[in-house]
Design a protein around this ligand. Sequence first.
Ligand SMILES: C[S@@+](CC[C@H](N)C(=O)[O-])C[C@H]1O[C@@H](n2cnc3c(N)ncnc32)[C@H](O)[C@@H]1O
Length: 216
Amino acid sequence: MTRYLDDEALERSAVVANCAMNRERSLTGSNGYGRELGIDVLAELAEGARWLDLCCGSGRALDEAAALLAGRAEIVGVDLAGHFVRARPAGPTLVTASVTDWTPDGRFDLISCVHGLHYVGDKLGVLARAASWLADDGLLVASFDARSVRLVDGTARRLTAELRRQGFAYDASRRRISLRGGREVRFPFRYLGADDQAGPNYTGQPAVDSYYRADS
Ligand SMILES: C[S@@+](CC[C@H](N)C(=O)[O-])C[C@H]1O[C@@H](n2cnc3c(N)ncnc32)[C@H](O)[C@@H]1O
């Protein structure tokens, strides 16, 4: 039987604290943020824009962006582990917190999450929270494997249909989810807990499955 972990137990788990995971992605390049997110990050950030990166790892990509943007955009990164690189004094704002309970001040033009949701318990909850932090024409884009969301009494097709109904676009081959435009999202699924023994996902790293029950 699946053992559901709550957030506190999950955040202590070896799968989430895994020191072999890549926390050091660059902004560009073959393994960089642009490639993973399918966007040109800098092109999304007009003068005065705000970029929030959830599960930002070391914050290296944000630091590189801050150098290139030279103050033209505000950059905030959040990560549980707090293993940040701070190469420049005028770099991004880096916050040690869990994306499941941290709340920002204000809205963002770009919200990203590169290979972070794989380790989060309530993945749908984080997507819904992030949707509410987007500016009216802002973009949310995240690595996301719909197969890691398990409905105990429903099908994978029900999940993807619900994501579409709420306005999300899900690219199953690239395992990427996106949403254009801030909104209130309410998924009709109740979060039950996480399984940190799900094994490796498509990245080859051990990841976390998240269990939900459909609202009746
Ligand atoms: C594979 S790393 C990716 C880091 C970064 N996005 C990159 O691509 O270089 C996943 C990150 O998610 C973070 N993480 C896992 N659960 C989290 C949570 N609940 N809240 C915030 N960060 C979390 C981990 O600490 C880790 O740094």
